[in-house]
Structures are given as C-alpha cells and as structure tokens.
Design a protein around this ligand. Structure first.
Ligand SMILES: Cc1ncc(COP(=O)(O)O)c(C=O)c1O
Length: 368
C-alpha cells in the first residue's frame, strides 16, 4: 500500500511548469548572461526587484529578494532579535520560524486564534505587558498551518495597535495569491502603507519552491541592513533563478500559470473538505479555507496526535501533529495539519478513508 502524505506542504508535481521554466532559464541567460553569471547587488536581480517594487508601490531599494523567503526571515531575525527578546507569533504558526526563533533565544509569545485569525485583544494584552517585542510575525492569509485568514476588521485593528505601540509587524504572505474563491481582504501592508508592516512573499507557491525565490518589502533602513546581511552571507543571491522567474513573468506566464495552479488546488481542497465532512466524528471541527494549502482539524474527543500518528502511518497516511506548530509543543495536542496541495483528489479521498476510522476507533476504545 503506497503511503499518502498529508504532511507535505508542497505543490503537486503537476503544478510545476517544467518545460516553460527551462525555456525561460535559457532565454534569460541568452539575453542577460553576463549580468546573471557575475556577482552583483545582494538585494537581488534588478529587473525582478523592480517588478516587485512596482507591484507594491515602493522604491526598488526597499525590496530584498532572498533565496526563499525563509532565508530572509533568518536575516530579519538576526538583525532584530537578541536572546531573551519577545517575539509575538500566532498560536499555532509555521513551525520553521518557531525553530529559528528558538535557536536565536527569543522569548516566543503565542497569540491565540479563532476562525478569523489572531485575537486582537490578545495582541493588545501582550503589548500592554512586558518588554516591547522585536516584532509580530503573522501569516494573515491562508495561514500555515491552520488555513485561516485574518478578517478585514481584525486587520484594521492589528494595524491600529501597531501604530499605537510602534510595533513592527512582519506579514508573511506566500499563499495570498493562491486564492480560488472569495474576495481578498487588503493586506496589512496595504492598510498600513508599509510604515510599520514589513511584507514577505515568495514564488514557491505561485511558480515553484525549487527556484528558491522569496522577497521582503521593508522600511528603507531595515532593507539596507538586511541587504548588508545578505551580502555578507552569500555575496549575491542566485540570479539565474531570479532571472528565470523574471522571464516567466515578463512573458505574461505568471497569471495564467497561477490560474492553472489554483484550479489544481481548488480540486484538492474540495476533495479534502468533502471527505472530512463525510467521515470525521461529529465533534471534530476543521477550517474551510478559500485558498492556500492547508486544513486544520481539531478532534476534541479523539486520541492525542502523539498516539494517532504512528497508527495513521501504519494505516498508510501521514499528517503533521498540531503540537509542532506551538512554541515548545504547548498546544494542539488533538489537532493536525492536513496539507492537500501535494496529493491527488483520489489520494485525498483514500487518505481520509484511512485516517477517519482511527479517530472513531480511538473514541470507541476510550469509552470501553
Ligand atoms: C508561511 C510560510 N512562510 C514561508 C515559507 C517558506 O517559503 P520559501 O520557500 O520562500 O522559503 C513557507 C513554506 O512553506 C510558509 O508556509
């Protein structure tokens, strides 16, 4: 029995425009080879930087294109966080930033969430007590891991609080363009005008993660500092990747490809929600995202996911435990992240049919 992975938050191989990207890489080299094959500005390949800057209405000097956005997150933390400093995050949040922050000795403060994203009252309370945080890290749209989206009203409140408390907010938005229904709310960056909100995104979900092209739009002084860290880390980023992405965009392939990718994701999201609806225990709840890669499932009367995961693996299906997305594993004991991006709709149906009986079965065992 082939295992089915709901753990992998990566695109299905079908989503990757391999031939077109090969063609773009060749064309980029032929057109601009001497620039691409030399060292250059640490902030990224000029034409791509300019395109991103125009899209966000800022000067190109405020854009730093990094080797994946996670690398930029590391740079930002190295600049802003010293041991013992508080950093506010959503609880749950993306596990890799949690690990990076823990490595740097940050005091990670998790802000509780509900279906509409982080609770502004919790943010306000965190700001009213203790030292000033280095920043707030939020994935406001189609959050990893929960799939939740911060409501517009709350976005406005978060921006107000940032202004009142002179708080830097990092809005990490790799999934925002992977919307397959509904109207997008304004980004925090748009609401704030880019003063207190730094914005990060990536071409990992819209083109391909393997190109390793992510970017940050930062206040001017911070942009210069992050660019300097980039230079001292790798001199300049891999321009061939960045130029390939730029060529793809310049040919007008970005939007049509995104539409195609979102169609693939929508079919997978639909299959996942339908299967969960039909087969989870009655008291289980799950998010219903209008985009992105993930569904978050809470099973209050189910087994802990520590117990569940080995059983699921034995049954031929995997997921990521909720505890991985809380600082020090403190939370999410009966929650799981199901990624629907990688597997086919048929595998999703099969995977849920392997997983769901374990949740019912565990209840029966507990009650005996
Ligand atoms: C919220 C979030 N931020 C950043 C990343 C990393 O993106 P990149 O591939 O650009 O490093 C991911 C990848 O899964 C993510 O979910």
């Amino acid at each position: 029995m082939a295992p089915i992975s709901f753990a992998r938050g990566v695109p299905t191989p079908e989503a990757l425009a391999v031939d077109e990207l090969a063609d773009c890489a060749r064309a980029a080299l032929e057109r601009d080879g001497t620039r691409i094959l030399l060292y250059g500005p640490g902030g990224g390949y000029g034409p791509l930087r300019e395109w991103i800057a125009a899209r966000h209405g800022v000067e190109p000097s405020r854009v730093v294109v990094t080797s994946g956005s996670l690398q930029g997150f590391v740079f930002l933390c190295e600049q802003l966080v010293s041991p013992g400093m508080r950093v506010l995050v959503e609880a749950p949040t993306y596990d890799r930033p949690l690990k990076i922050l823990a490595r740097l000795g940050a005091e990670i403060v998790g802000l509780p969430m509900d279906d509409e994203g982080l609770l502004p009252d919790a943010l306000e309370a965190a700001l009213a007590s203790g030292d000033k945080p280095a920043f707030l890290y939020t994935i406001a749209t189609f959050q990893n891991p929960s799939g939740r989206t911060l409501s517009e009203e709350r976005r406005r409140r978060v921006v107000e609080l940032a202004l009142e408390h002179d708080l830097l907010v990092l809005e990490d938005d790799p999934y925002g363009l992977c919307r397959y229904e509904g109207t997008p709310p304004p980004t925090l960056f748009e609401l704030d005008g880019g003063e207190r909100v730094a914005y990060a995104s990536s071409f990992s979900k819209t083109i391909a993660p393997g190109v390793r092209v992510g970017y940050f739009v930062l206040p001017p002084a911070l942009a210069a500092e992050i660019e300097a860290i980039a230079v001292s880390t790798y001199i300049s980023p891999p321009y061939l990747s960045q130029a390939t992405v730029h060529e793809f965009i310049a040919r007008g392939r970005f939007e049509p490809n995104l539409e195609r990718v979102n169609g693939l994701l929508r079919a997978r999201r639909d299959a996942m929600l339908e299967a969960l609806e039909a087969s989870l225990p009655e008291d289980a709840t799950f998010s219903r995202p209008e985009g992105g890669y993930f569904v978050w499932v809470d099973t209050p009367s189910g087994p802990s996911t520590d117990e569940l995961l080995p059983l699921a693996e034995e049954a031929g299906v995997t997921f990521v435990k909720g505890t991985d997305f809380f600082a020090k594993g403190a939370g999410g004991e009966r929650s799981m992240r199901l990624a629907f991006s990688f597997v086919s709709p048929a595998e999703i149906v099969e995977g849920v049919s392997r997983l769901a009986p374990l949740l019912h079965g565990a209840r029966a065992t507990t009650s005996v």
